[in-house]
Ligand binder design. Structure first.
Ligand code: NAD
Ligand code: IPM
Ligand code: MN
Length: 366
């Protein structure tokens, strides 16, 4: 098939991990006979430097032309002055709103080879297989903001329609998995959460095969550490989802491993690792590219409908996690390019260089 993929590498480690994800997509195209066309545009701090705006109109126009958008990360200390007129993160939020990608899927599995690397005990993380569905275009992120000399506010607002569409997506995903749906809110305090909860309860009638339960966000934060394997699909509002998914990513071994897919009603999606621009390691070539590579797998699955290819990329990543080399955030010493190369080798089904030398040695001596 042919597809147009727009990349927005962004700032910090964004370009480093995006390059790895693009290399994997090019390899998929070559192996499976697809024609992927790549375009690259500015978003975030690099866009502010070049144009004065975090989301230039050329970037938006290129999004409209693309079948899928692959993003690295935006932001960094250079653009973090609290008094700045524009911020890189505004570009990202504007992009999510413009694309109408209200459902942010953040899958999270603990690879057995990484269990020892989790901050939790092995037996706690065994079998963890979660799918977070984070509402992405509403809530406090997009409400009216105010600021004067001695006060500030961020309005958190949700409409029934906004809750319904993301909730239906979560019910459907739960139905296609193990049938469990946990809705996370703060209904003991927040009015938006009470609307959220009653909307979910009403919709549950349409999904009798899904087991819906509610959990308050503070206890959910605790339960993710004590019983993570108990949960299947977890749906929640924008800000709670942001926080809980970084927590869950750490539980799986590292933030650098976690991918995401942001989807709306159509096929076009926005794909990005959940980590940020990691200014502390940017420019050193040591970032973990696996979250970005797994985001590319989600792109293949959700926007291009290429399930076989998506699974092949995920299997290649799983093999690298099992056999190495490992990036530094997972306790190894491999740099970004070495990890990416290992994924490419696994994807091509070739033995790694080390295996080939071992085979050669055996045949010489045997
Ligand atoms: P961060 O995710 O950038 O980094 C947190 C920690 O995780 C750092 O120690 C970093 O080195 C490490 N880390 C993150 N990704 C890694 C990877 N792939 N490999 C190895 N280590 C990795 O979070 P932060 O430091 O709080 O934020 C930095 C900037 O990134 C901020 O400007 C923030 O707004 C932005 N941000 C952007 C996105 C995005 O564009 N989607 C997401 C989160 C944060
Ligand atoms: C994420 C990030 C963003 C968010 C920031 C950079 C706006 O933390 O994608 O998780 O809060 O959504
Ligand atoms: Mn986040």
């Amino acid at each position: 098939m042919s597809a147009r993929i727009l990349t927005l590498p962004g700032d910090g480690i964004g370009p480093e991990v995006t390059a790895a994800a693009v290399a994997v997509l090019k390899s998929v195209a070559a192996h499976y006979g697809h024609a992927f066309e790549f375009d690259e545009q500015l978003l975030g701090g690099c866009a502010i430097d070049a144009t004065g705006e975090p989301l230039p109109s050329a970037t938006l126009a290129a999004c409209a032309d693309a079948d899928a958008v692959l993003l690295g990360a935006v932001g960094g200390p250079r653009w973090s002055d609290p008094n700045a007129r524009v911020r890189p993160e505004q570009g990202l939020l504007g992009l999510r709103a413009a694309l109408g990608v209200y459902a942010n899927l953040r899958p999270l599995r603990v690879h057995p080879a990484l269990a020892a690397h989790s901050p939790l005990k092995d037996e706690r993380v065994a079998g963890v297989d979660l799918l977070f569905v984070r509402e992405l275009t509403g809530g406090a992120y997009f409400g009216r903001k105010s600021r004067d000399a001695d006060s500030a506010s961020d309005e958190c607002r949700y409409s029934v329609a906004e809750i319904e569409r993301v909730a239906r997506r979560a019910f459907e995903l739960a139905r296609s998995r193990r049938g469990g749906l946990t809705s996370v809110d703060k209904a003991n305090v927040l009015e938006t959460s009470r609307l959220w909860r009653s909307t979910l309860d009403r919709l549950a009638g349409d999904y009798p095969d899904v087991q819906l339960e509610h959990q308050l966000v503070d206890s959910m934060a605790m339960l993710l550490l004590t019983q993570p394997a108990r949960y299947d699909v977890i749906v929640t509002e924008n800000l709670f989802g942001d926080i809980l998914t970084d927590e869950a990513a750490a539980l799986a071994g590292s933030l650098g491993l976690s991918p995401s897919a942001s989807l709306g009603d159509g096929r076009r999606g926005l794909y990005e690792p959940i980590h940020g621009s990691a200014p502390d390691i940017a420019g050193r070539g040591i970032a973990n590219p696996l979250g970005a590579i797994l985001s590319a797998a989600l792109l293949l699955r959700h926007s291009l409908g290429l399930e076989r290819e998506a699974s092949a990329v995920e299997a290649a990543v799983a093999r690298v996690l099992a056999e190495g080399p490992r990036p530094r955030d997972l306790g190894g010493s491999a740099d970004t390019i070495a990890v990416c190369d290992a994924v490419l080798v696994a994807l091509a089904g070739r033995a790694s260089a080390a295996d080939m030398y071992a085979d050669l040695a055996n045949s010489c001596c045997g």
